[in-house]
Write a protein that binds this ligand. Sequence first.
Ligand code: FAD
Ligand code: SIN
Length: 526
Amino acid sequence: MPRVIIIGSGIAGLFAALELSDAGYDVLVVTKQRPEDSSTNWAQGGIAAILDQTDNSGIESHITDTLACGDGQCDEEVVRVVVSEAGDRIRDLLSIGVSFEKAGEEFHFAKEGGHSTARILHAKDATGKEIESALNNEVSRRENIELRPMTLAVDLIQRKHGAIEEGICGIWCLNLDDDTMTTELADAIMIATGGAGKLWAKTTNPPVATGDGLAMAHRAGACVKDMAFVQFHPTALMITDERPFLITEALRGAGGVLLDDEGLATHLKERGDPAPLSFTLEYSTKGSLATRDIVARACDNVIKRSGADHVWLVCDHLDTEELQSSFPTITERLQRHGLILGKDPLPVAPAAHYMVGGLDVDLQGRVQTSDSTVIPGLYGIGEVACTGMHGANRLASNSLLEGVVFAQRAARHIITELPSSLSQSPDWLADGLQELLEHSPLRHDLESLQATMTDDVGLVRRFSRLKRALRRLNLLSDEVDLVWSTCRPSRDLIELRNLILVATLIAQDALQRTQNHGLHFNADLV
Ligand code: FAD
Ligand code: SIN
């Protein structure tokens, strides 16, 4: 039977593994920490889906909202495919034991920013954990899937026919438990490595989000697309010395409102006010429930003007008991900081959340080169891929959906079309490489990278700042390349090298844009 390697154990990687396993394939899933360490596991709000495929108006309305949010930049064919296949993929998830919230006999649908109606399936405020654990449980039952944790994919191995490189036939991996390098060969490789939130000082992403898959595919000739479109989530909890913690948009869907200092002072004076007026209404008639690009920039604007590091998310006009029962994860997290959901105003600010751009893939998830030919044997699925679904801005809760739909499509393509072609390949050569003795320069390079991306390639950009960022990124790249060429790879070194490459691709794409769309906002273009 053919063998497929999947890099990453989030929704995209695990779902594809199950699909291939059903067809009898041998699957190796490598993942760099524990199986559950992924953005998927941290997803809160839910998965947008119309379950009934005959509900044309529901499907059209989901498509319309997705296209509007994407600011004219979505690929409509892709949007139609994903929205239309949602029902089948949700039924697949239900069949492996995923449990979504119900209201009586029916599913309960939540609402988030940019959605004209409530269409988001969820498991209270821990939807990702519910999906991730069901997928991992199912994977652990399959004899033809090997899930190998603590295994960091370092680079793709190109297949050679004589002197010609054609396609990908394997990966080199670093085993993080014993620091050994291994070579793994397969008929196809699926990259499902997620995003790169670690590029910014403040991110909602888990630490594994370092853009590895995108960087390794780019080094192997893959084309990337729409890299300038980086989504910042407007409401990450800002507590000094704490990693930002996402406060789901579903809380605003339930009636939570964003206020600035002045708005909060007025609201507190007029307690009992049923619907406090948000500063976001100056930016959109949808106020706190406008799309994320608008709300995040509105928050950023207020924060820059006030000099504080946050705005306020207020829910004290809502039913506290109901809120706490609907959002138990958030309730518990707030309690750790002495805050009560439904009573206390919450300090929140934008944080890097999602990479809209990524590997340029077709409707089968096949990775393309810059001349639009496919790289044989290489697939990109989930957040690492840019399918065209999200255009210039992703609609809330459309990411898990896109991940599961494209995981299935790519796996199906492998099953129906891919010939078996395991080939020989070289082992990793470490001759002459030294142990990395000093780690602190790498740590400081990472901090410098995050400062550059935060200051110069954030929510609001300028040409001069983007050029400054690229100068600094070039310096960092030279430094890290020097270490790379002389030292044995460590996790810190591998991730930093990948992050710098992804940062450079983002800054380059942002610099060459002459128009603002969705998430890309250059103040010089206004
Ligand atoms: P991930 O789930 O991120 O998985 C990537 C995997 O790749 C991980 O297992 C990682 O360890 C592994 N990996 C990375 N590099 C390597 C390497 N070099 N070698 C081996 N393994 C590697 N979207 C929604 O639609 N709805 C939501 O409610 C929602 N909430 C969110 C909340 C938070 C806090 C965050 C961060 C994101 C949220 N998103 C949400 C976005 C969504 O969760 C992600 O886009 C989606 O889960 C990505 O899935 P994925 O399978 O592509 O990648
Ligand atoms: C959230 O729950 O606010 C995040 C949803 C998403 O990123 O789609």
